[in-house]
Ligand binder design. Structure first.
Ligand code: SF4
Ligand code: SF4
Length: 98
């Protein structure tokens, strides 16, 4: 899948690297490869690729991540209305998302 981008500089994703223990869960669950490892801790490589699904924050055992989930879906719905297509935020869950 091509790397999707959302509105620039609006993602609410925040990472407190001081709390990160380097478990790597956020790298595993993020569908848009927003994170990389730097010096044995997670780092945000492209904040604008975040669709605010909340998977990283919901699975981080250290509470190092926060994001206001759902904004990516709202954007997908607005874009779909404009285009006359079905909404797709990119998470792959067409049953419960958007
Ligand atoms: S899930 Fe949390 S603790 Fe684990 S690497 Fe990511 S930010 Fe760090
Ligand atoms: S909210 Fe979702 S898309 Fe954004 S960084 Fe976390 S897992 Fe990735």
């Amino acid at each position: 899948m091509p790397q999707l981008k959302y509105l620039p500089n609006v993602s609410t994703l925040q990472l407190d690297r001081g709390k990160c223990n380097g478990c790597g869960i956020c790298l595993q669950v993020c569908p848009h490869a927003v994170f990389v490892f730097e010096a044995k801790k997670a780092a945000i490589t492209d904040r604008d690729a975040c669709m605010e699904c909340g998977a990283c924050a919901g699975n981080c055992p250290q509470g190092a991540l926060s994001v206001r989930a759902g904004v990516g879906c709202a954007y997908a719905i607005i874009l779909a209305r404009l285009r006359g297509t079905e909404p797709d935020c990119g998470c792959g869950d067409s049953q419960t998302c958007c």
